[in-house]
Structure formats: structure tokens, C-alpha cells
Design a protein around this ligand. Structure first.
Ligand SMILES: C[S@@+](CC[C@H](N)C(=O)[O-])C[C@H]1O[C@@H](n2cnc3c(N)ncnc32)[C@H](O)[C@@H]1O
Length: 138
């Protein structure tokens, strides 16, 4: 049986980070109805059943959410992920930049197990460090 993978706040592109193997179900979700993307707006519930998701990827979306949306997203991730699933994130400023979101995830049992610098990106006149974060249930 294939894996269920979510690209949350996917934007218009097919993200390069993972591949789709035969039998996998990949749902790309965004509030903007880009082609091939399911329209979903945080804090609405993610459009999947409880504990069915093997991998979730959230790239660069956290910075666009207010605190309540971030906390709802943490609850929804906890609801939809399999216990042995993995959440991958690309986070501007890294996990320390979003303490409420990552604290909530930890309270639900989901811990950052790996965090590494990915890139330095220009946001207007500012340079921002972009991190890859791997989160698992421990
Ligand atoms: C910076 S883009 C990142 C796109 C892509 N994930 C990437 O890594 O390149 C952030 C995306 O989050 C989406 N987004 C922002 N707020 C959202 C919300 N409340 N619900 C759903 N999508 C949202 C935006 O429409 C946008 O496509």
C-alpha cells in the first residue's frame, strides 16, 4: 500500500523534496487554488482522516500564519499523522522563531529531531536564514 503525503501550503509548484512512488497519494493543499492544488485554508481541518498520513511537508507557510492558526495547525498535524509519520518543515528563522507552535507540537508528543540550515534568502532588504526541520513523535 502506498504512502499518504501532504504538502501543506504547497504554493503553485510541485515541491522537489519528495518523490511520488506508485500507489502514493500526494495531496497539495493551499488557500490559493493553484492548478492541481486542493483549496484548504488554515485553520480549517486538513481534508484527511485521523492517523493516515505518512509524511507531511510544510514549506515557508508558518511565517504567514497568526498564532491561533499555528496552534490549530499543530493540533491538525497531531490528528492526521500516523504515529511513525514524519513532518518536514522549511522554516524561516528556524524552530526558535516560532516557540508557540513548536511548544504545542512537543506537548502533543512531536519533537524536532533534526534541524539544519538550508539557505539564506532575501526578504526585501533583509537576509533570512531558512532551516529544514524534521519532526517525529517520540
Ligand atoms: C512562502 S509560500 C511557500 C510555498 C511552498 N510551500 C514552498 O516551499 O515554496 C507560502 C504558501 O502558504 C500559503 N498560505 C498562507 N497562509 C495560508 C493559510 N492560512 N492557509 C493555507 N495556505 C496558506 C500561501 O498561499 C503560499 O502558497
Amino acid at each position: 500500500m502506498g504512502k499518504v503525503k501532504l504538502d501543506i501550503g504547497s504554493g503553485p509548484g510541485n515541491f522537489w523534496f519528495w518523490s511520488k512512488d506508485d500507489g502514493d497519494t500526494v495531496l497539495r493543499l493551499d488557500r490559493v487554488p493553484f492548478e492541481g492544488v486542493i483549496r484548504w485554508e488554515c485553520p480549517d481541518p486538513l481534508p484527511v482522516e485521523d492517523k493516515v498520513t505518512d509524511e507531511a511537508f510544510i514549506g515557508g507557510m508558518l511565517i504567514e500564519l497568526d498564532t491561533q492558526q499555528q496552534l490549530s495547525l499543530a493540533d491538525e498535524l497531531n490528528r492526521v499523522m500516523k504515529d511513525d509519520g514524519v513532518i518536514w518543515m522549511r522554516v524561516y528563522g528556524g524552530s526558535l522563531g516560532f516557540p508557540r507552535f513548536f511548544k504545542k507540537l512537543r506537548e502533543l508528543g512531536w519533537w524536532v529531531v533534526k534541524e539544519e540550515m538550508n539557505n539564506i534568502v532575501r526578504e526585501g532588504n533583509t537576509l533570512v536564514t531558512d532551516y529544514f526541520v524534521e519532526i517525529r513523535k517520540v
